[in-house]
Design a protein around this ligand. Structure first.
Ligand code: NAI
Length: 386
């Protein structure tokens, strides 16, 4: 089958997340990287795009030039990834959706709930796919956790405990470093720092794995480094649509923790534990039994796990392959739409704009709650309240 074509905005030279998108999109050979507006500096972006093999007429100086250029082509890109700083996601994503492009937007999808609702509407009205890069849901064993919960291995789920706690902003002497400081400055970061940056990954994963939505929450935010206006640590209690009790801790001052994303699910008949830094093992404990280690790639896992696993058991898979699973889902969804056939249901696990919207409602709800002594608040976006 002919490759789909792919373009990226942001993700320029030296960026944190650009390389993972390039690796992830290219891994299965489903996408060809043909266009980009990769940098806030037009010349640097054009030069870097060409150094990556993009033709000069598709190495754009900025996203508006790319929108005009790609819209005018018969062979326009099939998918655009938006990997720019947070405050720019809304404007760029909305413009591309309205012009009929499928988009994969980095998290957080928008800065406000209202913007999130506009993105959901824009995708619906234009009939386009708008996915959001909760890329850690692409790990094979995270998908297997979801499948185990869905098929009832744990019985009714009672409790989900999610953490995303790292220690990379714990050094008070480095707090004024401009690369760190902006993240805790409301003028640049918005209403929330650590919860909006990392906490939403953990919160979304709690929904992904349990198959339930966050309905209400109560938050406690702290700025452990006193000069910070926004939180560098947060504890959020929540309740889910099917009655699951949720606990979430996120921090950037947890010295000794690296990436720090973990998820645990406890049901009536067993418990599961998975950590992003050891993604090839899933710990399963049946009630009254011993801990068992489920290995990625072993026989008799769920179809969802098999579809998202690429090398044989015992060989480590990591983060770019999780992102590759998001791209593989999108390739299937876009390919099916182009060919007018139903998509493989297993490809429908890719997080979508509605998930990005739910996260924004949770962020704003948590900020309100934290300012109101932990008052319990409705965590659902207005357009999704029954
Ligand atoms: P970064 O600051 O390392 O890189 C940003 C890149 O975007 C730079 O190349 C910059 O020149 C470019 N850029 C800035 N404004 C632009 C514009 N208007 N047009 C075109 N290019 C522009 O940022 P980083 O860490 O790569 O984060 C980018 C986004 O990815 C953020 O929204 C962040 O939250 C998200 N992210 C997501 C992760 C995930 O696991 N899903 C992990 C890390 C970041």
């Amino acid at each position: 089958m002919k490759k789909l074509s792919w373009g990226m905005i942001g993700g320029g030279q030296g960026s944190q997340i650009g390389p993972a998108h390039r690796l992830g999109s290219g891994l299965d050979g489903a996408f060809a990287f043909v266009a980009g507006a990769l940098d806030h500096n037009a010349e640097a972006g054009r030069a870097y795009a060409q150094s990556l093999g993009i033709a000069s007429d598709r190495a754009y100086g900025d996203w508006r030039e790319m929108l005009a250029g790609e819209s005018a082509r018969r062979d326009r890109v099939d998918l655009v990834t938006v990997a720019t700083p947070n405050a720019t996601h809304f404007e760029i994503t909305k413009a591309f959706l309205e012009a009929g492009f499928h988009v994969l937007c980095e998290k957080p999808m928008t800065m406000t709930v209202e913007e999130g609702e506009q993105i959901v509407r824009a995708a619906t009205n234009s009939g386009t796919i708008c996915a959001v890069n909760y890329g850690y849901t692409g790990y094979s064993l995270v998908r297997h956790m979801r499948a185990m919960v869905a098929r009832g291995d744990l019985g009714n789920v009672r409790l989900v405990v999610a953490e995303f706690a790292h220690g990379h902003h714990a050094n008070a002497a480095d707090a004024d470093n401009p690369r760190v400081r902006w993240r805790y400055d409301p003028a640049q970061a918005g209403v929330s720092a650590q919860f909006a940056d990392c906490g939403i990954h953990a919160l979304h994963m709690a929904s992904f794995v349990t198959g339930q939505e966050v309905e209400k929450l109560s938050a406690d935010f702290a700025s452990c480094i006193g000069s910070r206006e926004l939180e560098d640590d947060a504890m959020v209690n929540f309740r889910m649509s099917g009655g699951v009790v949720g606990r979430l801790w996120t921090s950037s001052v947890a010295i000794g923790r690296q990436h720090g994303l973990t998820i645990q699910v406890f049901g009536e008949t067993g418990g599961l534990r998975w950590a992003q830094e050891q993604p090839n093992q899933l710990y399963w404990t049946p009630v009254g039994g011993r801990v068992q280690i489920i290995e990625r790639g072993e026989a008799n896992l769920s179809p969802e796990a098999d579809r998202s696993s690429r090398v044989t058991v015992g060989h480590a898979e990591g983060m770019p392959l999780a992102f590759a699973n998001i791209y593989s889902d999108l390739a299937e969804l876009i390919g099916a739409a182009k060919q007018g056939r139903p998509a493989d249901p297993a490809a429908m696990l890719c997080p979508m704009a509605v998930d990005g919207l739910r996260s924004m409602a949770a962020v704003h709800g948590a900020v309100y709650s934290a300012r109101s002594n932990g008052e319990w608040v409705d965590a659902r976006p207005p357009m999704l309240r029954g």
